[in-house]
Design a protein around this ligand. Structure first.
Ligand SMILES: [Zn+2]
Ligand SMILES: [Zn+2]
Length: 138
């Protein structure tokens, strides 16, 4: 560690941010595994410029099943979104088999055919149609 004496106690250069700080304020950073200045230790200084391998990597996501791709990811997200959606998005249309759907995404309301399952997406925002159950229709 490079140290210079400025006449007011020994200052040392922080390898992370390059600033000189009083040497006695340096602390061992658990992520960087080296002595850093107080600013870096408390996270006030960004770690830009630090080599990636010096920063502990974030825990990786659990591995996806084989054959998993972006589309599966999207479908999974849509499926989960639909599961989370509660009822109350549909209402009857008098004298018609169609129902009115209130898009949970953009609040646009459009006619939905629960038998043909059309349209398959909100015509306004292209968001997924909420899961239709006859018992949900208000
Ligand atoms: Zn620093
Ligand atoms: Zn919409």
């Amino acid at each position: 560690m490079a140290a210079i004496n400025l006449g007011q106690g020994v200052k040392a250069q922080c390898k992370v941010c390059g600033n000189f700080s009083p040497a006695d304020q340096f602390k061992l950073h658990f992520q960087l595994k080296q002595m850093v200045c107080q600013g870096c230790y408390s996270g006030k200084t960004s770690f830009k410029g630090v080599k990636n391998d010096e920063v502990k990597k974030e825990p990786e996501e659990p591995p996806k099943p084989a054959g998993w791709d972006k589309e599966d990811d999207y479908l999974d997200r849509v499926a989960r979104m639909r599961k989370e959606q509660s009822s109350g998005y549909f209402s009857r249309v008098a004298g018609s088999d169609l129902v009115k759907c209130n898009c949970p995404n953009c609040k646009y309301s459009y006619k939905y055919d629960p038998f043909k399952r059309m349209p398959q997406a909100c015509p306004y925002c292209n968001g997924p149609v909420p899961r239709y159950r006859a018992s949900d229709v208000a």
